[in-house]
Design a protein around this ligand. Sequence first.
Ligand code: PLP
Length: 256
Amino acid sequence: TIHPFISGNKWRKLKFVLMDARLKEKSTLVSFGGAYSNHLVAMACAGAMYGFRTIAFVRGEEVTNFMLGLCATWGMELRFVSREAYKNKQELFDKSASPDWYFIDEGGKGELAAKGCEEILNEVTGFTHVVCAIGTGTTFEGLAKAALNKGMQADGICVLKGAEAMDAEIGKAIGHNHLWMVHHQFHGGGYAKTSPELFSFIDDFAQHTGVLLDQVYTGKMVKAVVELVEQGYYKKGDRLLLIHTGGLLGLLSRYS
Ligand SMILES: *Cc1c(COP(=O)(O)O)cnc(C)c1O
């Protein structure tokens, strides 16, 4: 764990973005997300730590929950916008932007964020494969790029339904080859959709390892790896590195 609230990959994704904002002398980080966005929580906390104002455009009608509550505690300004208006993020930004605003895409997506994620593999050796959950694909893009340089295979478990177009986007960034693959059959019904099977897998995993998984990303990823092993996708001798990307606050919504 790098930090309890700038959790997992979100710290990696923000690192070079915050450095860029500082370099450009921007005082205010502006981003976008749903009411349970791990990215917004991370950005609110990081903004407070590093002296940036933070503003978030939040999708949908005004609500409160413990995640947005935390964001507000760190001083993030929340602006709720309709689902329709939310679709065009650049326009939302441009309409009220001031020169000291710095645009950060939904989920922290972007090139600088991927660059931060490349650093994850600097810290490990001895694995043949690296696996992570995929939302925007930015974390996987960085991981896969670093894996290529080490001759490792990278597998991404996509948690969105119907996101096959993502492969072309990743291919554009890191090239098409047999060393990386996005698996699209493990979304379990779509983004943030859950099932009793998923929760029983998460509980079983927690009881056997002590490791908590969230139901949106890491739970689906580890469950997929178990299924891929059962299907013979991985071979004897393969050494798998599974990236726990965080998301443990989101897990709490299950109990509230
Ligand atoms: C944001 C998030 C992801 C997805 O990362 P992307 O870079 O958007 O693909 C995966 N797992 C957790 C826990 C996250 O919070």
